[in-house]
Ligand binder design. Structure first.
Ligand code: AMP
Length: 191
């Protein structure tokens, strides 16, 4: 299975990605997690990414695309993967299409979590307190929602037109949302 999970910041993508990936025995690849790991290790990539992340902006496409290209070429992703937080721009959609078609692969499904915007902002502010994330102050949280609406929400339409977008209600208990996602994927033939 080659899957994407999308949704606004705070929709619960990361939590759900882990369950879905485990179910299909594929790696959940979170660009946000890879960036954060690089920031904490103080790598060159981390230093470059941090200033964008702290401001709630997207890391430039060239940097992000190369990172994903390298990650999905790793052996554990040979039979599939679940991308969480990528693609986020139209340029990233095109780049991912190139990466997949060069390898003779295609996306099986795009899972789009829909949530209530106010609920999302509340979740993010709570998460900031628990995790101490520098990109989750209230101003930055609101800015990230705006960046998502402007740059990433239009991607849903792209995948909808391809007929591979599954819109799933992301509100409610974690286990219930997981069940909805797995039900949607039940109907997807594996390529
Ligand atoms: P996340 O944990 O997915 O919310 O990502 C945290 C931050 O990492 C984002 O606010 C961006 O600054 C950066 N980031 C993660 N994924 C991407 C991406 N696909 N393109 C650009 N920036 C990204």
């Amino acid at each position: 299975m080659r899957l994407i999970i999308m949704g606004p910041p705070g929709a619960g993508k990361g939590t759900q990605a882990k369950f879905i990936a485990e179910h299909f025995d594929i790696p959940a690849i979170s660009t946000g997690d890879i960036f954060r790991a690089n920031v904490s290790e103080g790598t060159e990539l981390g230093v470059e990414a941090k200033r964008f992340m702290d401001a709630g902006e997207y890391v430039p496409d060239e940097v992000t695309n190369l990172m994903v290209r390298n990650r999905i070429a790793e052996p554990d992703a040979a039979n599939g993967f679940l991308l969480d937080g990528y693609p986020r721009t139209l340029a990233q959609v095109e780049e991912l299409d190139d990466m997949l078609s060069a390898a003779g692969h295609a996306l099986d499904a795009v899972l789009c979590l829909t949530v209530d915007k106010d609920e999302v902002v509340t979740r993010l502010i709570q998460r900031a307190q628990v995790e101490g994330r520098a990109d989750d102050t209230e101003d930055v949280v609101r800015h990230r929602q705006d960046v998502y609406a402007e740059q990433t929400a239009p991607l849903i339409e792209v995948y909808r037109q391809r007929g591979i977008c599954h819109e799933i209600d992301g509100m409610g208990e974690v286990a219930e949302v997981t069940r909805r996602l797995l039900d949607a994927l039940d109907a997807v033939p594996e390529s």
